[in-house]
Design a protein around this ligand. Structure first.
Ligand code: NAP
Length: 320
């Protein structure tokens, strides 16, 4: 990075118990000059704008990494669109406005590549935002995220504040959700292959043709990218964060089976829906800024499986 800025000193990480927030806290723990600020939901409900304002006024952070959100799978998004829209809009607007009032220098908001239009060209470029209709199943969530992204952009434009956003691709790593129905594809595969191995099953059937292509980024890589972006002097209003590399679901399933040590057959079920044929981000803008992922998918998968085993063993496995 050219002319990197120093990391802000007091950094408030919202959602620090979540998958992304906890990875950011692990990453910032390596920065001796950083004073990490966190607040649990019991202590600070981020939808409560008055409480958020008071927190910012009293704690006076220099920067915020906004990793809190009401998140969920297709079923939850489809069942509770009101809460997905209003909670996420309230959290984002309360925090961004409180940051401005408390003269917070820097605010890094978390978007997601799932908020790009449903039919956006692949690989997904930053310009695709708002260029077409959204995916219906997560429209409420996407609208709320777009409000957060745009509010940061407007704060920068109107008030000269360095508020900007990152757009992560699918993540995996410690602290993921392993719910049997609500989890994302990678944790779902880890759980299924592990349980198939335990049960001695001769075959595991994966939904769909196995041909759709997907990209995965280790959450510790994301945390490193976020800390990096916080030091870029003039970052884009939003930038994709991913590997730019994709693999078919069948290839991913084979990799998971190998890491888990499952030796049975892997079958596909083409009668089940495939979803989008390809989802991968264009990371050229991020590379131009000087950041590149470092965690190889196989290595990340192997360590994630170890975390899965440890979380399971100690009854800390998240399955909500
Ligand atoms: N995971 C992915 O694959 C992925 C991919 C792209 C983008 N992202 C983005 O990354 C961000 C974080 O996602 P994640 O996967 O880390 O989610 P997560 O594990 O569910 O963490 C979300 C965090 O937000 C907190 N939170 C929710 N509502 C709150 C409220 N009203 N007040 C205070 N805290 C509240 C939760 O607190 P509790 O611990 O109390 O529940 C939790 O710690 C989201 O913006 C998401 O869109 C994630």
């Amino acid at each position: 990075m050219t002319h990197a800025q120093r990391l802000p000193r007091r950094i408030f990480v919202t959602g620090h118990r979540g998958m992304v927030g906890s990875a950011v806290c692990r990453r910032l723990a390596a920065e001796s000059e950083v004073e990490l600020l966190t607040a649990s939901r019991d202590a600070l409900d981020l939808t409560d704008s008055q409480a958020v304002l008071e927190y910012f006024q009293s704690e006076k952070p220099d920067a915020v990494i906004f990793a809190a959100a009401r998140v969920g799978g297709i079923v939850a998004n489809d069942t509770y669109p009101v809460e997905f829209l209003s909670d996420n809009v309230q959290m984002a607007t309360a925090a961004i406005e409180a940051a401005k009032a408390a003269e917070v220098e820097r605010f890094l908001f978390l978007g997601s590549t799932c908020i790009y239009p449903r039919d956006a060209a692949q690989p997904l470029r930053e310009e695709a935002l708002l260029s077409g209709p959204l995916e219906q199943t997560n429209e409420a969530y996407a609208l709320a995220k777009i409000v957060g992204l745009k509010l940061c952009q407007y704060m920068r434009k109107q008030y000269g504040l360095m508020y900007h956003s990152a757009m992560p691709t699918n993540l995996y790593g410690p602290g993921d959700n392993y719910h049997p129905e609500h989890s994302h594809v990678l944790p779902a595969l880890i759980r299924r292959f592990h349980e198939a191995k335990e049960a001695g099953l001769e075959e595991v059937v994966i939904w769909g043709s196995g041909r759709p292509r997907r990209e995965f980024l280790h959450v510790d890589d994301l945390a490193d990218a976020l800390v990096y972006l916080l030091q870029v002097p003039d970052p884009p209003d939003w930038v994709n964060v991913g590997t730019g590399q994709d693999a078919t679901i069948l290839e991913v399933a084979r990799a998971v089976a190998e890491v888990v040590g499952y030796e049975g057959q892997i079958e596909t079920d083409p009668t089940r829906p495939d979803g989008t044929p390809r989802k991968v981000t264009d990371v050229s803008r991020l590379h131009e800024l000087g950041w590149h992922h470092t965690i190889d998918f196989r290595d990340g998968l192997a360590s994630t499986y170890q975390h899965y085993l440890a979380e399971r063993e100690s009854d800390r496995l998240r399955a909500v």
